[in-house]
Design a binder for this molecule. Sequence first.
Ligand code: ARG
Length: 236
Amino acid sequence: GCMGGGSGGQTIVAGTAPGFPPFEMKNEDGELVGFDIDLFEAVVDETDYTLEEWSEFEFSSLIPALQNDRIDAIAAAMTINEERQETISFSDPYYNADQSILVANNSDFRPESLDDLSGQRVGAQEGTTGAGVVNSELIEEGKLDESNFNTYGNYVFAVEDLENGNIDAVVLDQPVAQTFESQRDVQVAFVYETGERYGFGIRQDDSDLQSALNDGLATVQDNGTYEEIRNEWFSD
Ligand code: ARG
């Protein structure tokens, strides 16, 4: 990527973490596709910046990669929160989400609240807000033993473990849970409202890129492009 400030016209490298449908995933041909991919590319098209390439990481490696200048922006359904804002900055929000609790169709475990997860085997992707809910609402509350919490580099592996009966529930973003529900042998047991909002991550000193992305986002929201991309990846 291109270092430093300046007045735009630079190339940037974007980082993402596929395995999070429909935001970012690999299609049958192994290509990176999804809502975030199309949206970020449309937003950058509205700016003086040029997207040089996409670079793939595990979700928990994205912020370090940004800080080490390996990437210049994160487009990975990343929730804007205070903890992350201590190290990076975000664009304006572009999508809202809550957490969902996913269970296997072939089990009879049907939790209705987080308390029902107590004593069960729970999974989430490492470094996500879903893992944060498990830590703060269950483990720290003494309702779940740490040894019953499996973290995964990718939610796809968590869903596979759920289908195989290795864990009893997965905590993940509601739109992604809904997508897995339509593609895999799993279902949403209940939604846990967190009121999260996704933003594109940028370095804290990169205010030029931040304002360019915000302007670009406003443009695609106003001219119907956002809506078009949304309709392409979400059925509701
Ligand atoms: N929104 C959640 C978070 O920010 C999960 C994001 C996971 N994204 C991904 N591409 N795997 O922690």
